[in-house]
Design a protein around this ligand. Sequence first.
Ligand code: ADE
Length: 262
Amino acid sequence: MSAPGALAYWYAHHGRHDLPWRRTRDRWAVLVAEVMLAQTQVPRVERVWSGFVARFPTPSDAARAGPGALITAWGRLGYPRRARRLWESAVVIDRSGWPDDLRTLPGVGRYTAGAVRAECDNDPHAIGVDVNVRRVCERVTGTRLTDRDAEHAAARIARPLTGRDRLLSLMDLGALVCSARAPRCGDCPLRRRCATRGTLPPVPRRAAPYAGSFRERRGRVLARLRAGVPVPAGELDHEALASLVVDGLATVVGAQASLPSR
Ligand code: ADE
């Protein structure tokens, strides 16, 4: 069996077709999922995504609800600036509709724009290179790749798949078989054409520890503000609060801190 046919076969049988955000082609719901998944692992996003899109089913609902409501619904997913940018995107879409170039939306980069186009519109030219897709492409070609080169490599590697199936099959292969630390090359549908099969050293972990970090301090302040009642600023970690204000994730009026209303 040729390698591209093998990838399609593997994806049909082993792909993560039951992930909740894969049951919809609604752009807003998929945009929310992709923004969440960009920096947070699948099981944690699974716990939050359904409730989030049920609470804000359309960009108009999100725009009307205000940034504080999105930050609250974001829960403990981390990197809460993403919730604020999502609200800003919702305001733009509510006011002017979806732009042709999704990268003009706040917080939407090359990956997210390509992923939404591929998943929702099945655009044959669209692809998003996330860490999983990049790892597959770099291992198969045996080279480090720029984003653009990885997009071209992905198109070649996944042929004849295009659009949605191309993106999701490569993503799932990277997550389930061509994993960073324990690749299972013997189970890989691309093994016959892979330049580095079984020869790559494991990818070192890069994530910075959360415990004791400034992110953790910000998280503690946000957790108090999420209760929905203004908190005397003097009771809060001053530096962490100041940085949340700069990021538009908190406001201080008088001496009371709360989530932003706009
Ligand atoms: N399905 C669609 N996009 C995804 C992503 N970024 N991670 C995992 N599964 C997905």
